[in-house]
Design a protein around this ligand. Structure first.
Ligand SMILES: *Cc1c(COP(=O)(O)O)cnc(C)c1O
Ligand code: SF4
Length: 374
């Protein structure tokens, strides 16, 4: 007993320490054999996996949240490839080039996507903790048909030269899959640029790999600074929220990182009133502020998740506004090549005349507000 203990201690000091999150990434569930540990794989799923050329896979942690026998499980549908990905009706080919204005006039590094004057998306990596079947960046991340040069220093130089920028959204792939030292480097370099006022991270890891929010990462992201860090994650269904998620969010908040959510509206996953409400209530219960709900973008091969455009506005009316806390209300938008466009419900103004507005609430009751001339 004593000897074994000694040995263990010795080997621990010699070998570089593998953290739990790295272990999860090493053991990605990305073969049929590994998948079978978590679910009973259907013939259709097996066929889809065998015939797809796209990347797929998830962490053992996220895989363990799938229903073993329910082929319609909301997490399973985001994880396991479907034959329907090989069909396309509404999606635009070469979607990312179009969406991110990559063929436009401004000469930018591949890592920079720009739609606004004061802020940009800075893509630093193309790997993820879960290869979401609905990903709008699938050409880069899932299909790997679009090759971009993701050179961090080249991007940083470009950002330094553009003094009109104030807000940098660091994205991917999943930027929190970079080693701590590289994340620290990006943050430090951005904070050295006088015109940068805030840094944002887009990361699904608090949901698919909460183990990533280590003490080491908290040190990198945390602490008081003139340039704050905000993080938006992506949680689409209440089943994606566990005690472990709640703790990871607490760790982010207590070290000084603000946490929001960007959900994607998807048919059969979160497009019913009960699920949509529960998702937003549960997010708030673990201290995540709902920020956006996205209409599914017209990327190719994801039509099986598509809802009518009005769906999100209806859900906000029927599940959220008036039915639960105002803090639980995200903005419903579609992200387009000309920026994000709100698709919020317009039926709150029932009527407008020279004297007044007639306003309608979530129950259909009406009230009036004087119409003030300019
Ligand atoms: C989404 C996005 C942003 C950030 O938009 P916000 O509405 O400020 O959250 C910035 N640049 C690009 C290219 C984007 O796609
Ligand atoms: S984590 Fe984000 S970038 Fe990665 S596959 Fe999912 S949606 Fe796409």
């Amino acid at each position: 007993m004593f000897i074994i203990k000694e040995n263990t201690r010795k080997s621990l000091t010699v070998a570089p320490k593998i953290e739990e999150w790295q272990e999860q990434m090493r053991n990605m569930v990305d073969t049929i054999d590994k998948l079978e540990k978590y679910i009973n794989v259907t013939d259709e799923e097996r066929e889809a996996i065998k015939t797809t050329s796209a990347r797929w896979g998830t962490t053992p942690y996220f895989a363990s949240l799938m229903g073993r026998d329910n082929a319609d499980d909301p997490i399973r549908k985001q994880v396991v490839p479907s034959k329907k990905e090989q069909e396309n009706f509404y999606g635009i080919e070469n979607y990312l080039i179009h969406k991110e204005n990559r063929s436009g006039e401004e000469n930018r590094p591949d890592s920079i996507a720009r739609q606004y004057r004061d802020r940009i998306a800075f893509t630093v990596v193309n790997i993820c903790g879960n290869y979401c079947r609905h990903c709008f960046r699938k050409e880069l991340v899932v299909d790997e048909s679009l090759e971009l040069r993701l050179d961090v220093d080249e991007g940083l130089d470009w950002i330094r030269e553009h003094t009109e920028l104030r807000d940098i959204l660091v994205t991917g792939g999943d930027p929190l899959l970079l080693p701590d030292e590289q994340i620290e480097y990006i943050i430090r370099k951005l904070r050295e640029i006088p015109h940068i006022e805030m840094i944002r991270f887009g990361s699904r890891l608090p949901i698919v790999l909460p183990h990533r929010i280590t003490k080491g990462l908290q040190k990198v992201l945390g602490g008081y600074h003139r340039v704050p860090i905000w993080l938006n994650t992506q949680c689409n269904h209440p089943n994606e929220i566990t005690e472990r998620t709640a703790e990871a969010v607490w760790d982010l908040l207590t070290c000084g990182v603000n946490v929001g959510n960007q959900a994607v509206l998807m048919k059969g996953i979160n497009d019913d009133v009960e699920t949509f409400r529960e998702l937003h209530q549960k997010l708030l219960a673990i201290r995540i502020r709902p920020y956006y709900v996205f209409y599914l973008e017209p990327a190719p091969g994801i039509d099986h998740f598509r809802t009518p455009v009005e769906k999100g506005a209806e859900l906000i009316r029927d599940a959220l506004r008036g039915h639960t806390s105002g803090l639980a209300q995200p903005m419903y938008v579609v992200a387009t090549n000309i920026g994000k466009i709100p698709l919020m419900p317009d039926y709150y103004i029932q009527e407008k005349n020279e004297q007044e507005y007639v306003l309608k609430n979530y129950k259909g009751e009406t009230t009036t507000l004087p119409n003030i001339p300019e």
